[in-house]
Unconditional design. Structure first.
Length: 440
């Protein structure tokens, strides 16, 4: 090597690269999977002259090095992986400097199996137990998780991590999970409710007896939530009301110590939405009990007629006439309406382990005297259970579509026998959001 070449080589430092995330999740056949940003640099060199490649995969049945596409120019590039099989692999990402020096980082990649309607499916990463969702405009939604008290803001059109998160536990005064299961928006206020039931072991946990509000400022990616207020006696009010009405629904028995909530005669709220034309009366949609609590019973809605005063000033809940809906023996897993008072109801089993049980989507006009109309059966061969409908389109328009979200917490996403909620790395946790045509 000439003296000139040695001087030129010595003028560059070792190249560097940084990954925006060390863990990445994808799915076989998915559209719009998340990507990882790679930031590169080399002292004395134009970053655009550096080369980024994926050189190795530890398990080629999941994804080979050539399945990882590198795009972009300058100091920041993107790595997108097209999975070919379910499981885990480590991908080696390498930057090569202008003088041939290299540096590497490992990207830990996990791929879940192909699902039905993959072109209409996106994955919300960072948590796996999506349980309620509210549209905030601009193509974004705030999604709750029943395993934590964190609210997450997601872009509904793409897979990936939340763009913002909020946890109001300290403001509410709880240290345990609220088990958020239902949400409803009126004006700039979102009401969130816990399941109100016992935990899976039949134990009373006070945090689950929580309803709280958040105020929405802005919309889309600029959405901000601030804490409003909370109420911690709705379960007690429901039990007292049912006792005063002859224990019609068995709420006292359903909340007794040792009673499992996800039984046909249990006690578990999973839906919340306002009554037609009202800003103060909200329906509580019950996963359990059915009404009456026998096989083939009807799904139960109980209207809280003063939910604004209940949360705003601590007034005891006042209840209206309950509504019993024929959902084909299924119960309410979510309920949502639009400004025209057209409702969509996600119907599913009351059972605790129900991933393979039937799910269906019903429409309803909000009139207690009118029966809901079954729109479609929802897929059950894919992992997870259908838990949320984000918003309701105009059901009078042919080809209208609605986006539904699954709770994948108990699903074995990657074929290793580990439930999604127990995965070590949040980036590998995810729920599935799928668009369905509901009219025409």
């Amino acid at each position: 090597m000439s003296m000139g070449s040695q001087a030129q080589a010595a003028s560059y430092g070792t190249p560097s690269l940084t990954l925006s995330a060390s863990y990445l999740s994808g799915a076989v056949g998915a559209s719009g999977d998340p990507v990882v940003n790679v930031t590169v640099a080399q002292s004395g060199a134009d970053a655009g002259a550096l080369t980024v490649t994926v050189t190795r995969s530890s398990k080629t049945s999941v994804a080979t090095a050539t399945d990882a596409a590198v795009t972009g120019t300058g100091a920041t590039r993107q790595v997108a992986v097209a999975a070919r099989g379910r499981g885990y692999t480590d991908l080696t990402v390498q930057v090569t400097g202008v003088d041939g020096q290299t540096a590497t980082k490992t990207l830990h990649y996990a791929a879940s199996a192909a699902v039905q309607r993959s072109a209409d499916t996106r994955y919300l990463t960072g948590s796996s137990d999506a349980s309620a969702a509210v549209d905030v405009g601009g193509g974004y939604a705030v999604v709750a998780d029943d395993e934590s008290n964190t609210l997450r803001l997601y872009d509904r059109s793409s897979s990936g991590a939340p763009v913002r998160t909020w946890d109001f536990s300290s403001r509410i005064g709880v240290s345990k999970e609220i088990d958020i299961e239902g949400a409803a928006r009126v004006g700039d206020t979102i009401y969130w409710t816990g399941s109100l039931g016992n935990n899976k072991d039949g134990e009373y946990k006070s945090a689950r007896n929580t309803v709280f509000t958040t105020k929405v400022t802005g919309s889309g990616a600029s959405t901000t939530l601030t804490y409003g207020g909370s109420y911690a006696k709705l379960r007690d009010n429901l039990v007292a009301w049912d006792k005063a009405n002859g224990n019609r629904y068995g709420f006292a028995a359903g909340t007794a110590t040792g009673q499992i909530p996800k039984q046909i005669d249990g006690f578990n709220v999973e839906g919340l939405e306002f009554a037609p034309g009202s800003t103060t009366t909200a329906y509580l949609g019950f996963r359990a009990p059915l009404a009456p609590a026998v096989p083939g019973g009807k799904a139960l809605l109980v209207p809280v007629t003063n939910i604004d005063k209940m949360v705003g000033s601590g007034a005891s809940a006042v209840f209206g006439t309950p509504v019993e809906l024929d959902l084909g023996g299924l119960s309410v897993r979510d309920i949502r309406k639009n400004a025209a008072n057209q409702y969509l109801i996600v119907a599913g089993s009351w059972a605790a382990d129900d991933n393979s049980d039937p799910y269906a989507l019903y429409s309803w006009d909000g009139d207690p005297a009118h029966a809901p109309v079954k729109r479609l059966d929802l897929p059950t061969s894919d992992p997870g259970g259908w838990e949320s409908v984000v918003d309701v389109p105009d059901l009078g328009v042919s080809g209208a579509r609605a986006q539904l979200i699954t709770d994948d917490g108990s699903a074995d996403l990657y074929g290793d026998g580990v439930e999604a909620k127990d995965l070590t790395h949040p980036e590998w946790k995810k729920s599935r959001a799928t668009w369905f045509t509901v009219t025409g």
